[in-house]
Design a protein around this ligand. Structure first.
Ligand SMILES: *Cc1c(COP(=O)(O)O)cnc(C)c1O
Length: 432
């Protein structure tokens, strides 16, 4: 079994160890929730202060030109493009993931319907993040289509037929961390004549992504998770070049117009992906997002996403090894895929009966010890299929091997000492 000393050696030999100094992590905290809200980069405070004091405070409205504010959605988009296998000019930062899904799915449905109006089905997974499903439900209603939800990859494959308009999947599942084979599923859906939208919320900055290599149709992703953009950071949207130039999106706002400053009464979409911009971007949030994206790009000289992925796998494998060898007898089970090729940058655990209902309190007890993960409730009607889970994200930019060791040690203590039984760990807050 890997020892604490082994972990110290792994940290010393880690080629990415310097990247951690891009962040001021709070002392005594092992942060395993970067999959939900990334940490604060050191550069962010000074940059946002500069935007507020100089660019806004002193230069005022001139800054749209002099500070390049108007170019920020495209400039940051080009940086994110490098992380997801897209070309410069193909990806834009705008709005939230939910809104971008609305725009991208609308565009994909319009293309599908124009190609073949008899295609009446949108397919997604029941286990997809709820906002994705809610947006798809809304659009299915508007377009007069049916949203069909499935539970496995085999079931997805069974839906790839002449009824399918759009397949909408999240590449890495937000609960289990299960990672789809983007390239194979995209090719299979295309062979059936359908379009594919990928949600990269748990992929961008977490795993290597190759949108153009997979020939995907549309993609959206999140700025505040692995991209460290800050709470509520703007999201991004990408369209395959073959669609971007001719597709329509319903939120036709003035900044997505071909010539916004001509203030004409008729809408003409901007060239390419810029038409996915709706209104004025949140500049302060954009400035923070750029600092976050830069922390991931800082790995480029050290091997980039391939090197980050290698370390992420090593961290996750170590966590699984230690959690299983030390906590299995305490009622802990792996609830993520065991095969590293089918897993994103997170690992989740479930608890056997009689601890089944203790998951939330176990996470609270861990947080009190400085180990921050999160709890996601299962489906009460079928806990055997969708169990309550303890979810841990591993961000190789700032998590080390000794952190993983210490986190498992805390989990062992919480379970052995039954700390989770304390009343204060059983009070639920508004956000879980
Ligand atoms: C986090 C996440 C979102 C978040 O959507 P918002 O519009 O930012 O609230 C959407 N989809 C998936 C799959 C996510 O994991």
């Amino acid at each position: 079994m890997t020892t604490r000393q082994d972990c110290d050696v792994l940290d010393q030999e880690d080629p990415l160890r310097e990247l951690r100094h891009q962040f001021d992590l709070p002392a005594g905290t092992i942060y395993l929730d970067g999959n939900s809200l990334g940490v604060l980069p050191r550069a962010t405070l000074a940059r946002v202060q500069q935007v507020i004091q100089r660019e806004w405070g002193q230069d005022l409205i001139k800054s749209w030109n002099t500070a390049g504010w108007i170019d920020l959605p495209g400039r940051i988009g080009d940086k994110i493009a490098r992380l997801v296998g897209a070309a410069a000019g193909e990806l834009i930062v705008a709005d939230s993931t939910s809104l971008n899904l609305y725009k991208a799915l609308s565009a994909a449905l319009r293309i599908a319907q124009e190609g073949d109006p008899s295609r009446k089905v949108i397919v997604s997974e029941r286990s997809n993040f709820p906002t994705d499903l809610y947006i798809a439900q809304s659009l299915a209603q508007q377009f007069g289509l049916r949203l069909h939800l499935v539970d496995s990859v085999d079931e997805i494959k069974a839906t790839l037929n002449a009824d399918l308009a759009v397949l909408m999947l999240t590449e890495v599942n937000y609960r289990t961390g299960y990672q789809h084979d983007m390239k194979a599923l995209t090719a299979a859906a295309h062979a059936a004549g359908a379009l594919v939208i990928w949600d990269l919320a748990h992929s961008a900055g977490a795993v290597p992504v190759d949108l153009n290599g997979a020939d995907a149709d549309f993609a959206v992703g999140c700025g505040y998770k692995y991209l460290n953009g800050g709470p509520g950071a703007p999201a991004f949207v990408w369209a395959n070049a073959k669609h971007a130039q001719r597709c329509w999106q319903p939120l036709s706002g003035w900044l997505g117009h071909a010539a916004p400053f001509q203030f004409t009464p008729d809408y003409q979409p901007a060239a390419g992906i810029k038409r996915f911009i709706c209104g004025t971007p949140a500049l302060l949030s954009l400035a923070a997002l750029e600092c976050g994206v830069d922390t991931v790009l800082a790995a480029e000289s050290l091997g980039g996403m391939t090197a980050l992925r290698k370390k992420s796998i090593a961290l996750c494998e170590l966590f699984i090894e230690l959690a299983e060898s030390r906590c299995a007898a305490l009622g802990v089970r792996l609830a993520s895929p065991r095969d590293e090729g089918q897993r994103g940058s997170q690992v989740c655990l479930s608890l056997d009966a009689p601890l089944q209902e203790a998951g939330y309190a176990v996470i609270q007890a861990l947080i009190a010890r400085g180990v921050i993960g999160d709890f996601r409730a299962g489906d009460p009607a079928r806990l055997d299929v969708v169990p309550h889970i303890l979810r841990f994200g591993f961000t190789p930019l700032y998590i080390g091997f000794a952190d993983v060791y210490d986190a498992v040690e805390h989990l062992v203590q919480v379970l052995k000492l039954e700390e989770w039984k304390r009343p204060e760990f059983n009070q639920k807050g508004a956000v879980t």
